[in-house]
Design a binder for this molecule. Structure first.
Ligand SMILES: C[S@@+](CC[C@H](N)C(=O)[O-])C[C@H]1O[C@@H](n2cnc3c(N)ncnc32)[C@H](O)[C@@H]1O
Length: 335
């Protein structure tokens, strides 16, 4: 390659327009409208709520990327390559790519990667001055995104929490950072004697309350909007932290554990069900995955020994330890 070719190659590698255009199309639902029979820019612009002339530039650019075609009337048609942008495609990428979605918002922060490389902090903090969860929480679009993302399934061996911990003598559990309620509803359904409290940021709790009602366990469950850096509902038997600490550095993680410890008091327990993404980082494309995870979270990997040290720093001692799988560990602490 000569210098000019190198410049062209690097320019192409660094081009931001291609992903931005595809994600703009996913956000606007362009493919859905075209598939519904709307082919001309003016009507598409009305449906998408856009400027006609700029939308036309976007559509022509998508033609140049072989995602759209021109039809005989000068309108736009979908090429097969663009079909995964359809909302109802069996392998739809629309939700993942739209910029107002849960992953789209997180992916956008990759533009702040240099902040992570410099400081180890999430890219989101460098780019937007606040963490991802906080920013997701700050407007109604965030709640809508959480709702659409349908984060209902148990992930990272989360069923271990329900199945391997001895809940028989436990009466009340607080799911701290319980997200949309998938884990808490599975706990309350699997252990009908339990009462639950879900604590999360307000935008998330709106969705959680709906899910908890749909699961039919609302009479045994309260939902509290708040921060786990502030005092938590006190005197419950167990304070569960599932997949929380990876988003926080050691000092912040100890602060969260301290809030759980003080609410648990002398008799309650803190059940740390942490996720460690070591195996995920060691997947085929290690460097890429590692960089992606590091851009999103300060500590994607912590060993049981490291977690135990954090617990001790928060004034807790280990009173039970459950199974350790490649992605999940369970540690019960008491004050
Ligand atoms: C990675 S998710 C874990 C969700 C769930 N515990 C699980 O295991 O699937 C992190 C959760 O922490 C919540 N969160 C982030 N910051 C918070 C804060 N300051 N106070 C309470 N919840 C917070 C987020 O809204 C999100 O639901």
């Amino acid at each position: 390659m000569d210098d000019l070719a190198h410049v062209g190659h690097l320019t192409d590698l660094a081009d931001l327009l291609r992903p931005a255009a595809i994600r703009a199309a996913a956000t606007l639902g362009v493919a859905d409208h075209i598939a519904a029979g709307v082919h001309d820019t003016e009507r598409l612009a009305r449906l998408c709520g856009t400027r006609t002339e700029v939308l036309d530039s976007l559509l022509r650019y998508l033609v140049s990327l072989d995602l759209l075609d021109r039809d005989k009337n000068g309108g736009y048609a979908l090429r097969d390559a663009a079909r995964p942008l359809l909302t109802d495609h069996p392998l739809s990428l629309r939700e993942a790519l739209r910029l107002d979605g849960v992953t789209g918002r997180s992916d956008t922060a990759l533009l702040g990667l240099v902040h992570t490389v410099r400081t180890g902090e999430p890219a989101h903090v460098g780019l937007f001055g606040r963490g991802y969860w906080e920013s997701l929480d700050e407007d109604a679009a965030g709640s809508e995104a959480i709702e659409r993302a349908a984060l209902g399934q148990l992930v990272f061996d989360a069923e271990l929490i329900r199945d391997t911990y001895d809940w028989s003598a436990v009466r009340s559990v607080v799911d701290v950072g319980g997200n949309t309620g998938a884990i808490l509803t599975s706990l309350l359904t699997g252990h009908p004697h339990l009462r639950g409290t879900l604590v999360d940021l307000p935008g998330v709790t709106r969705v959680a309350a709906k899910n908890i009602a749909e699961a039919g366990v609302q009479d045994r469950c309260e939902v509290v909007a708040g921060s786990f850096f502030d005092p938590l509902p006190a005197h419950r038997d167990v304070y569960l932290l599932s997949a929380i600490l990876g988003d926080w550095d050691d000092a912040q993680a100890v602060a969260i554990l301290r809030r759980c410890a003080e609410a648990a008091g002398g008799t309650g327990k803190v059940l740390l069900a942490d996720v460690s993404l070591d195996v995920v980082m060691k997947s085929d494309d290690t460097a890429r995955t590692e960089l992606l995870l590091r851009a999103m979270m300060p500590r994607p990997v912590r060993t049981v020994a490291e977690l135990t040290r954090l617990g001790r720093a928060a004034g807790l001692r280990v009173t039970w330890q459950g199974p350790v799988t490649p992605v999940r560990s369970l540690i019960e602490f008491s004050a």
